[in-house]
Write a protein that binds this ligand. Structure first.
Ligand SMILES: [Zn+2]
Length: 390
């Protein structure tokens, strides 16, 4: 679950002035204290080391860095400055080793923060410097008693609603948040690129057609993707994974030569006259050009939003010209999407796209492309702007 929080204080790496504000904010939402948590939820929030904690690690330290460090109050710690004396750094690294060792001792969880430092025979300043030796970027540490060193951070409101294990972290830099989300999304596809590379190699060596090769790639991807049980059920039962109350239609407003079109099936191609060049299936643009005279004042944008194409005739449908099918007026308009060129970047295509979408036309070449588009746009700018708003 990704939650977006409003009015969050922002972190300034170069100044510690914002630190307190952030810590207060975090304290108001996140905690790791078990003081007011039911036994059941304490159990859920307690980290138990498993084989994933040590995956790919030579040492026997948990890769989630648990036990967490106890902290007197919520604090942001920064890495040590680059000019920090090497000798000193080594000293604090050693202290950190001792701290880590102490945290694995069962008795530590019975201590108070003060007693813990006393047992380690260090001051709070030294303790913080020791932790800072392990940092490569600033990190926020929650106020934490030694008894809670295995508790993952949680939000009281959310845990009462979810009643499941949660682990909340306040991320100080946007880059960190983006990496975390991307890694998480791709978690189940790890190792996939290697499998696909192998298939690609097989295809290159084999004599399969391009079509067969692509099918092989899509099958490999599909068969090797890890799915949640819910997604697998939806797939088997052919239930759509997403639903939308609004329908959407994409209008291919690219220049003619760049438009992707579907070639007619072999049967249809064989039926064509020998010298025919009509090898493509007609799409939205062709249907628009073939619209009946009763719709001649409709722009392409309106046509796309308000009409549905069908190859068969129904009671309410209108025939398209050249026997190219039928259209029916929709009871609810669709949302239109298009390339959306910008005047500052590509003025020619901006003019062409706007004329194509918002000025009624019948023949794209004669009515738009062969004309002086700037002049045409100027004389129709009123209609275009009016239609654009709708
Ligand atoms: Zn662990």
């Amino acid at each position: 679950m990704l939650l977006w929080l409003k009015d969050v204080p922002s972190f300034n790496i170069d100044s510690i002035e914002s630190d307190q504000e952030i810590c207060d904010f975090v304290d108001s939402i996140v905690t790791c204290s078990t003081d007011n948590l039911s036994d059941n939820l304490v159990k859920m929030q307690t980290h138990h080391h498993s084989h994933t904690c040590y995956k790919g690690r030579k040492n026997s330290q948990c890769r989630f860095n648990i036990p967490y460090y106890p902290m007197r109050c919520t604090t942001i710690l920064r890495p040590l400055p680059e000019d920090f004396p090497g000798q000193q750094r080594k000293k604090y690294e050693k202290i950190l080793e001792l701290v880590k060792q102490q945290l694995t001792d069962k008795d530590t969880m019975k201590m108070s923060y003060k007693i813990l430092l006393h047992t380690l025979n260090i001051h709070q300043d030294e303790y913080l410097l020791a932790i800072r030796t392990s940092l490569s970027k600033p990190q926020l540490y929650l106020r934490r008693d030694p008894k809670d060193i295995l508790i993952s951070p949680y939000c009281k409101k959310i845990i009462d609603l979810m009643r499941s294990n949660i682990n909340i972290q306040f991320v100080l830099d946007a880059f960190g948040a983006a990496t975390y989300i991307i890694d998480y999304i791709n978690k189940s596809n790890r190792g996939m690129s290697q499998i696909l590379k192998e298939v690609l190699q097989q295809i290159r060596e084999g004599k399969d057609s391009l079509r067969k090769g692509l099918t092989k790639i899509s099958n490999t991807f599909y068969n090797n993707s890890e799915l949640s049980i819910q997604e697998a059920c939806y797939n088997i039962l052919q239930i759509p994974l997403s639903k939308s109350s609004e329908e959407c239609v994409f209008i291919p407003t690219f220049p003619m030569a760049e438009r992707v079109r579907l070639v007619k099936s072999q049967n249809k191609l064989e039926e064509l006259d020998e010298d025919s060049t009509e090898i493509f299936e007609s799409g939205l643009i062709e249907h628009y050009a073939n619209r009946p005279d009763s719709l001649k004042h409709e722009s392409l944008a309106e046509f796309a939003a308000n009409f549905t194409y069908s190859s068969v005739h129904t009671k309410t449908s209108l025939p398209l010209k050249n026997n190219s099918g039928y259209v029916t007026r929709r009871s609810k308009s669709r949302v239109i999407r298009y390339r959306n060129y910008h005047y500052e970047i590509d003025p020619q295509n901006y003019l062409r796209e706007n004329l194509m979408l918002f000025m009624p036309w019948t023949n794209e070449i004669n009515d738009i492309l062969d004309k002086d588009m700037e002049q045409l746009f100027a004389s129709h700018s009123h209609t275009i702007n009016e239609k654009k708003i709708i």
